[in-house]
Design a protein around this ligand. Structure first.
Ligand code: AMP
Ligand code: MG
Length: 413
C-alpha cells in the first residue's frame, strides 16, 4: 500500500499543469499569474497630496508660520490650473495632484481660513508638511517589474493589477471539477431522510472545498449503486477536468466505483493509501483518445474516488484533490503545506495506520501550538468544525507527550 507521500508524488507525476490562458481580471482570484507583469505607468502618476489641506512652497513656510493667499481649490478628480507663486497656496484634497510650484502640503488642522480676504493662516511643523506629499513614481516607476509568474492572485494583487489598467491576465485557468455522490442511502439535502437514509452532505462540503482550492465545482447529484446509472453519471463527469466521486470505493458488495471507472476507460494509478481516515481512496487518469496520437484531443480527466464517510471524504479531498488542483493551476509546490507544532496535550494513537487527526492550531508567543479535537472517527464531521488543521500522527499505537513536536497540515491556507 502506498504511503501518503508516495500517493501525493503519484498525483503530481501524473498531472500536467494547464497551459496559460488569458481571462478577465475579475475571475482570477486564487489563481497564479502565468506572465510577467511590468508597470506601464509611474505610480502614483503625479506628485500627489496625502492630506486634505493646502499646497504650499516649502520655503514659504520654512519657520512653520505664514499668511498665504488662496488662489484655487482643487476637488477630487480635478487638476490644478494655476501655478503657485511666492506667498500663494491652493486648497487640495487627499489624492489630488499638487499644483506646479508647490512641494509641500499643510494639513487642514494646522490652518485657519479667512474667507473675507481669501487668505489662510498657517501654523505647522514644516518637516511634516514635506512628508504629506507622495512623489510621482514613488511606489513604482514605469518599466519596473511588478509581479513575476507564479504569483498568487489575492485581493491586493488584483487591486494592483487593476490600478495598472489590466482588465485581463494570463493564468492557468480554474479546473472544472465534477462532484458525484454515490449511494442508495442518499437523499438530496432538502429532503427528509426515511429510515436508513441520510442526506448527501458530502456534495455541499466537497463543492465548498473545491471553491476554496481555486476550482470551479460542477455538482452532479446522486448516483445510485447500480451499474447502468453509475456509468452514465461517470461519463457525464468525465466531461470535466477532474471528477470527484464520494462513496463506493471500499470492498463492499455495492462498491462499484473502481470497476465502473475502469469500464469507462479510466486508468487506475492507485487504490488504497496507508492513512486514517481515507484508506480506500482511488485515483486514476482518463484520456480522451489514448490509442490515437494523431487525432488526440488534448483533453484528460483526473478522477478521484473518495471514501463516503464525511471526514474521509474531506481529508482525501484536502490531501489529494487539492494537490491535483494546485498542480493544474501551476503551483511549484502543490503538496499540502505542513507546519511543525507543539502538542498541547498528551495523545495516544490507536490502530495500524498513520492518522490525520482534526486539530486546532494556534500561535502563542510566536510558537505554533496544536491541540487534537475530540473526534470519534471518520463519520464524525461535527468534530472538524472545531478544527482548522490536522495533526499527522505517523506513529502507530504510540503515545505522544505534551510538548512533542508534530507535523500539522493547515486547512485554511
Ligand atoms: P461508502 O464509502 O460508500 O461505503 O460510504 C460509507 C458511509 O459514508 C455511508 O454509510 C454513509 O454513512 C456515508 N456517506 C456516503 N456518502 C455520503 C454522502 N454523499 N454524504 C454524507 N455521507 C455519506
Ligand atoms: Mg456507498
Amino acid at each position: 500500500m502506498l504511503s501518503v507521500a508516495e500517493a501525493l508524488s503519484a498525483v503530481v507525476r501524473e498531472i500536467e499543469p494547464f497551459s496559460p490562458a488569458t481571462i478577465p481580471l475579475s475571475d482570477a482570484l486564487g489563481l497564479l499569474l502565468a506572465e510577467e507583469v511590468v508597470s506601464d505607468v509611474d505610480s502614483p502618476p503625479f506628485d500627489k497630496s496625502l492630506m486634505d489641506g493646502y499646497a504650499v512652497r516649502a520655503d514659504d513656510i520654512a519657520d512653520g508660520r505664514a499668511l498665504l493667499k488662496v488662489i484655487e481649490e482643487v476637488t477630487a478628480g480635478r487638476v490644478p490650473t494655476k501655478s503657485i507663486g511666492r506667498g500663494e497656496t491652493t486648497r487640495v484634497m487627499t489624492g489630488a495632484p499638487l499644483p506646479q510650484g508647490s512641494d509641500a502640503v499643510v494639513r487642514l488642522e494646522d490652518t485657519q481660513l479667512d474667507t473675507l480676504s481669501d487668505t489662510v493662516r498657517i501654523d505647522t511643523d514644516p518637516a511634516s508638511s514635506a512628508r504629506n506629499v507622495m512623489r510621482r513614481g514613488a511606489s513604482l516607476k514605469r518599466g519596473d517589474h511588478v509581479f513575476a509568474p507564479g504569483r498568487l492572485l489575492r485581493p491586493q494583487e488584483l487591486g494592483a493589477l487593476a490600478e495598472r489598467g489590466r482588465n485581463a491576465v494570463g493564468v492557468r485557468v480554474r479546473p472544472r471539477v465534477a462532484v458525484l455522490a454515490t449511494g442508495d442511502e442518499l437523499v438530496p439535502i432538502d429532503e427528509t431522510p426515511k429510515p436508513g437514509q441520510i442526506r448527501n452532505s458530502n456534495e455541499t462540503m466537497l463543492v465548498a472545498q473545491l471553491r476554496v482550492a481555486g476550482a470551479e465545482p460542477v455538482p452532479l447529484g446522486i448516483a445510485r449503486d447500480e451499474r447502468t446509472h453509475l456509468s452514465e453519471r461517470i461519463r457525464a463527469g468525465l466531461e470535466c477536468d477532474m471528477l470527484l466521486l464520494s462513496g463506493g470505493v471500499s470492498a463492499g458488495k455495492l462498491d462499484l466505483v473502481p470497476s465502473e471507472l475502469e469500464a469507462a476507460g479510466v486508468r487506475q494509478v492507485f487504490h488504497m493509501v496507508n492513512l486514517k481516515p481515507g484508506k480506500p481512496v482511488w485515483f486514476g487518469v482518463w484520456d480522451a483518445a489514448p490509442d490515437n496520437p494523431a487525432g488526440r484531443q488534448d483533453r484528460r480527466c483526473y478522477v478521484f474516488g473518495l471514501p463516503g464517510n464525511p471526514v474521509s471524504s474531506m481529508v482525501c479531498c484536502e490531501l489529494f484533490a487539492r494537490t491535483a488542483i494546485r498542480r493544474l493551476i501551476g503551483y511549484q509546490n502543490p503538496e499540502p503545506q505542513q507546519v511543525r507544532a507543539k502538542l498541547s496535550v498528551a495523545h495516544t494513537t490507536r490502530g495500524n495506520r498513520p492518522t490525520y487527526h482534526p486539530a486546532r492550531l494556534t500561535w502563542e508567543e510566536s510558537e505554533a501550538i496544536v491541540t487534537p479535537v475530540n473526534w470519534q472517527g471518520s463519520a464524525d464531521l461535527r468534530a472538524t468544525v472545531d478544527a482548522n488543521s490536522m495533526i499527522v500522527f505517523r506513529g502507530v499505537d504510540r503515545s505522544y507527550a505534551a510538548g512533542d513536536v508534530v507535523d500539522t497540515v493547515l486547512w485554511d491556507r
